[in-house]
Design a protein around this ligand. Structure first.
Ligand code: FES
Length: 276
């Protein structure tokens, strides 16, 4: 699983082009992989941000926020990941619907891109709304522009586009035109806020959930989420779900479950880097 190319998209966010012909052959928008970068390495789920069946490559985007993801982002062109498991998950359904709004927050652009691309290819009008903390954290802007009829931006600090949250852009867009569906990917609070707006306007919304995962094949139960009052496994039933039915409060609590252990691992990592 050789890294053919590597590009830093934003501070701490790296894009890898990986030689993975068998995965590329079967990949569809919405699929993800589980990566181990070294023996005994943590299993990291990453969405397939793009794939090229002819070249036999897949594109992965990784944000270095924990010990393992920081180590992954230090890997170089020519290095190889130990193993990649995938494609996993249920592909996102692609239909010709009319106008579809694609909403991304932060790193959510990477999983959103293949969906926007497929929706655009299927003949939909794609309006993309992309939010980030600040201008330098906006990623894949050229790629999103190429698969969208229109792109609007927001930044929390006002350094680019609308000053504020991406939900304000969504509210504005929904009051301007008839929309068939919304697709939202990003941090859980952002997706929850986006669903709230979609409900106000009575527009269907699909969200892509980033629950904690271990095996990625429906066996451990680690990624369970409640959707419409029923337990679902994000790794096999999702990661895309009807946003109106997702219990976001529970998802947020489950995501924070290992917060202390993550902090501890990062602390140890910093001490190792400092040689202590
Ligand atoms: S990651 Fe284990 S059941 Fe989904």
């Amino acid at each position: 699983m050789e890294i053919i190319d590597k590009k830093e998209l934003a501070p701490g966010i790296v894009q890898f082009l990986v030689d993975a012909p068998l995965i590329a052959k079967k990949a569809e928008p919405g699929h993800f992989i589980i990566l181990r970068h070294k023996e005994n390495g943590e299993r990291i789920p990453l969405t397939i941000a793009d794939f090229d069946r002819e070249q036999g490559t897949i594109t992965l985007v990784c944000q270095g926020i924990g010990k393992s993801t920081k180590e992954i982002n230090q890997m170089k062109k020519g290095d190889a990941f130990l193993d990649l498991l995938g494609p996993l998950g249920t592909p996102y359904p692609i239909n010709k619907l009319g106008t579809v709004i694609c909403v991304a927050g932060g790193l959510g652009v990477a999983p959103l891109y293949p969906k926007a691309k497929a929706l655009h290819q299927a003949g939909n009008r794609v309006l993309s709304l992309i939010g980030a903390q600040r201008k330098e954290m906006l990623i894949m802007t050229e790629e999103m522009a190429a698969v969208s009829d229109e792109v609007r931006y927001s930044t929390d600090d006002g350094s680019f586009g609308h000053h504020g949250f991406v939900t304000a852009l969504l509210q504005q867009a929904l009051s301007e035109e008839k929309v068939s569906e919304i697709v939202a990917v990003g941090p859980v609070p952002m997706m929850a806020a986006t669903v709230k707006v979609a409900k106000e306007f009575n527009v269907p919304i699909v969200v892509s959930l980033n629950a904690l995962m271990i095996d990625g094949t429906g066996m451990c139960g680690g990624c369970r989420v409640t959707v419409g009052g029923k337990t679902k496994f994000c790794c096999v039933d999702g990661p895309a779900f009807d946003g109106a039915l997702v219990n976001f409060e529970e998802l947020l609590l489950r995501q924070r479950y290992y917060h202390e252990q993550e902090k501890e691992a990062c602390h140890r990592c910093r001490l190792e880097e400092a040689g202590k």
